[in-house]
Design a protein around this ligand. Structure first.
Ligand code: NAP
Length: 251
């Protein structure tokens, strides 16, 4: 099976590194044009799209709701439309229960703003755009934490990812007749900068202890799924959540 995404236009958030970068690369390798979103890693995002005809790097701090609202419009403008939104950008802020209420709330609000509110704003804009143009697809990069739960230090993270799952399911059920398809990918521990802090602190063995395979999941283990979902070959899976966690959590 060869997947050819020529003619498709995708907005991938958090494409400057990690999972988003692998997803944007795989989409471009399959022929799609990509708006590769970044926050601070401008050099990484620009290097990613260099030499890729029609793909661009777009900046936005998604903790700022106005910037999130502007991002989709800019992607539509530069790509001439969007067929696929990949809501991937995210933060995992450690926030122990014994922090002061102000500190704890700050981490909660930033987590919700980036992971859930921005995803919701972008998804709403995408649904409206897709509905007026015969359809489109959304992929939410959530987390195993949405289903399994997380540790007490990451309550906001798990809750934000659970919100993304509910968002995706609601869009799939409510907007399918307008041609909108929505999917969740739920990674487990994946080797990226986000995971490195954890590995540095607790060690690789600890990170690997639940993993059934012989190596940790890497971004390249996730990206091909997005290409497949973008292809339209899996549209009747709309509403589904696909686990990519090397059987560390089987549900
Ligand atoms: P990562 O390497 O830390 O990359 C995070 C990406 O999000 C970067 O592109 C970053 O942009 C962007 N970002 C962070 N804060 C932002 C903000 N305020 N506004 C806009 N963009 C922002 O993370 P990753 O591991 O690839 O994670 C990607 C997604 O997978 C996240 O949603 C994460 O929750 C999810 N996930 C990861 C794991 C894991 O173990 N790695 C497991 C489950 C789920 P800049 O680089 O430009 O700052």
């Amino acid at each position: 099976m060869n997947v050819d995404l020529t003619g498709q236009r995708a907005l991938v958030t958090g494409a400057s590194r990690g999972i988003g970068r692998a997803i944007a690369t795989a989409l471009m390798d399959s022929g799609a044009r990509v708006a590769a979103h970044y926050r601070g890693e401008r050099a990484g995002a620009e290097a990613l799209v260099r030499g890729r005809d029609g793909s661009v790097a777009l900046a936005a701090d998604l903790s700022d709701r106005r910037a999130a609202a502007e991002l989709f419009a800019r992607a539509v403008d530069v790509l001439g439309g969007v067929d696929l939104l990949v809501n991937n950008a995210g933060v995992a802020l450690e926030s122990p229960l014994d922090q002061s209420t102000d500190e704890w709330l700050r981490a909660w609000e930033t987590t919700m703003a980036v992971n859930l509110t921005a995803s919701g704003i972008l998804a709403r804009d995408a649904v409206r755009h897709f509905a007026s143009r015969g359809g489109g697809r959304i992929v939410f990069v959530a987390s195993r934490a949405a289903f399994r739960g997380d540790t007490p230090e990451y309550l906001a993270y798990a809750a934000s990812k659970g919100g993304m799952v509910a968002l995706s399911r609601s869009i799939a059920r409510g907007c399918g007749k307008q041609g909108v398809k929505s999917f969740v990918i739920a990674p487990g521990f994946t080797r990226t900068e986000m995971a490195e802090d954890f590995i540095a602190r607790y060690g690789e063995d600890y990170a690997m202890k639940d993993v059934a395979l012989d190596r940790m999941t890497e971004p390249r283990d996730i990206a091909p799924l997005v290409v497949f979902l973008a292809s339209g070959l899996a549209d009747h899976c709309t509403g589904t959540s696909i686990d990519v966690n090397a059987a560390s959590y089987v549900r």
